[in-house]
Design a protein around this ligand. Structure first.
Ligand SMILES: [Zn+2]
Length: 265
């Protein structure tokens, strides 16, 4: 087939200059649209999120299989079409970013994973119908707790849209549940939450457990004796917060200090 010729419509300004400098969740960044495309931005400020298609100009193009090495080098290889790894035959970046504001030809973004100087090839709005709440995905488990915390925090934040005090609590509960029961977004994992609406919302975002079809999630609102219960088959894990005061500085505390942990198989 004939070659396809793309013309960049803008470029990325970011504090990350090399692919290795880019954290998994992306960074705050600016996209500068070139003057000849300024008209194409009309109305874009009505959107809170946009898809950015870019050209990962520093990525290798000779890779067909890779390991998700940054998340866990011990995992098996995947085909590059089954991963979002940046090295691939056509290194097109597909990034979902939050659009904070628009000033003239500049888009101010949060969560963009393209480095400074990346050519932007297209921008499209993110629509409500783009959201698949509970997709089936490969289980790319982070190699350590720090990486898993980053992944699960991002997932909770995308759903809850607020970095409130219950988000780290939900993430910690989910990390422990993953230690005991494995992949959290799977159809045979059931979650019950007693606690604040924020806690329930964050746990629902992490576990992708819907109320129905199949029913995987239930919730009772309370501000005291907060707990979550996670079930797969005959295995049940109950995590009960020892005291609300423990919510501050949660990262510094051991699991056993924070929770009563009951596990039955
Ligand atoms: Zn909240």
């Amino acid at each position: 087939m004939e070659e396809i010729v793309l013309k960049p419509v803008g470029q990325v300004l970011s504090s990350a200059e090399e692919p290795e400098d880019m954290p998994l969740g992306g960074l705050e960044a600016v996209i500068e649209i070139f003057p000849e495309y300024l008209e194409a931005l009309k109305g874009i400020e009505e959107n809170s999120h946009i898809w950015v298609l870019s050209w990962f100009h520093k990525a290798p193009r000779d890779l067909l299989r890779v390991k998700p090495g940054r998340i866990n080098p011990e995992l098996p290889e995947y085909g590059v079409f089954a991963l979002r790894a940046y090295g691939r035959p056509n290194p097109i970046g597909l990034s979902l970013a939050r659009l904070e504001r628009v000033e003239g030809h500049r888009l101010y973004l949060k969560g963009l994973d393209a480095i400074g100087g990346t050519p932007v090839i297209d921008i499209k709005p993110y629509f409500e119908n783009d959201a698949v709440f509970s997709p089936l995905t490969s289980y790319i488990k982070g190699k350590n707790r720090e990486i898993r915390q980053g992944i699960l925090s991002k997932r909770a934040l995308v759903h809850h849209q607020e970095e409130c005090r219950y988000l780290p609590l939900a993430v910690r509960m989910a990390i422990i549940a993953e230690d005991y029961l494995g992949k959290l977004n799977s159809l045979d994992l059931f979650v019950r939450v007693r606690g604040s609406v924020c806690l329930a919302d964050c746990i629902q975002g992490i576990s992708r457990a819907r109320l129905a079809n199949p029913p995987r999630f239930s919730f009772q609102q309370t501000e005291e004796n907060m707990e979550s219960e996670w079930k797969r088959g005959k295995s049940t894990l109950l995590l009960r917060l020892k005291s609300d005061a423990e919510l501050e500085g949660l990262e510094l505390r051991e699991d056993q200090e924070l929770f009563h942990i009951e596990y039955r198989e």
